[in-house]
Design a protein around this ligand. Structure first.
Ligand code: FE
Length: 264
């Protein structure tokens, strides 16, 4: 399998490219609008045809490129069945498998950060793409988009920690340069969710975070509910690049959140 981990340095978002060597089909997990040219160039360089873009959830901190990638490359858009992406081609229910050539991704519903979060498991390669459900030594916040700390505790303990210990976990973000972890590592070292923590302790931690809302949430969530495509004043459809640039200018960085490693 061809595998690349890419980063959007503005939002600290990881995008994952998985490609099948035999059929040259590829999938992008959590593509970022501002990085669409980079990602299309890489696909071309590697001789890959984008089959689909998959969202781990409706993001609050950046806008997805999935809608634009569909327009440009004909790639399908997939998101969790409960994510509320109205123009997705695939509403992916728990247990469904997405096949990209010989690459198989199983969908695990892992709600809690948002109600519609999913994890994509590539069982053969021993890799799982956890979105914000599980970060390296952290987890996504649970105080908006129908977040639910109790649900997140269940998702991590009963779904993610149920995977083989050697499974590599690839998060949607990292704010300190870490790129990957494993089930065994997080069971031991995740300060919020290691096996010694009780549900009550986890709920107390999440309730006590008291984070300011993400500055981009008002722009990003509505855009991502339509795969990053927003209606322009002229009635056409255009990517939300301009409002995003404006939002970045106005918001500054979310350093308070980044320092806490809260995940967004
Ligand atoms: Fe998120």
């Amino acid at each position: 399998m061809i595998f690349r981990q890419l980063i959007d340095p503005e939002s600290f978002t990881y995008t994952y490219l998985l490609g099948d060597e035999a059929t040259r089909r590829a999938v992008l997990i959590d593509p970022v609008l501002e990085q669409i040219e980079r990602d299309c160039a890489l696909l071309g360089e590697l001789g890959l045809r984008l089959h689909c873009s998959l969202e781990t959830h409706v993001h609050a901190d950046h806008i997805t490129a999935s809608g634009r990638l569909r327009e440009r490359l004909g790639a399908k858009v997939g998101a969790g069945a409960r994510a509320g992406v109205s123009n997705a081609d695939w509403a992916l229910a728990d247990g469904v498998t997405v096949c990209v050539g010989n690459v198989q991704l199983e969908v695990l519903a892992t709600p809690g950060h948002t109600a519609g979060c999913v994890t994509y498991l590539c069982r053969e390669a021993g890799m799982a793409f956890t979105g914000d459900a599980m970060l390296v030594r952290g987890c996504g916040r649970t105080d908006f988009q129908d977040g639910d700390a109790g649900a997140l505790f269940r998702s991590v303990r009963e779904r993610i920690f149920a995977l083989a210990d050697a499974t590599l976990l690839y998060p949607a973000h990292d704010y300190s340069g870490r790129t990957v972890t494993s089930v065994a590592e997080e069971k031991r070292f995740n300060p919020r969710l290691h096996l010694g923590k009780t549900r009550e302790e986890f709920l107390a931690i999440m309730t006590g975070l008291r984070l300011p809302p993400p500055k981009r949430i008002a722009v990003a969530v509505p855009a991502n509910q339509v795969s990053g495509l927003v209606a322009s004043a002229s009635g056409g459809c255009e990517a939300a690049a301009r409002p995003v640039a404006l939002a970045i200018e106005q918001r500054g960085r979310q350093d308070a959140e980044l320092l806490r490693g809260a995940g967004i």
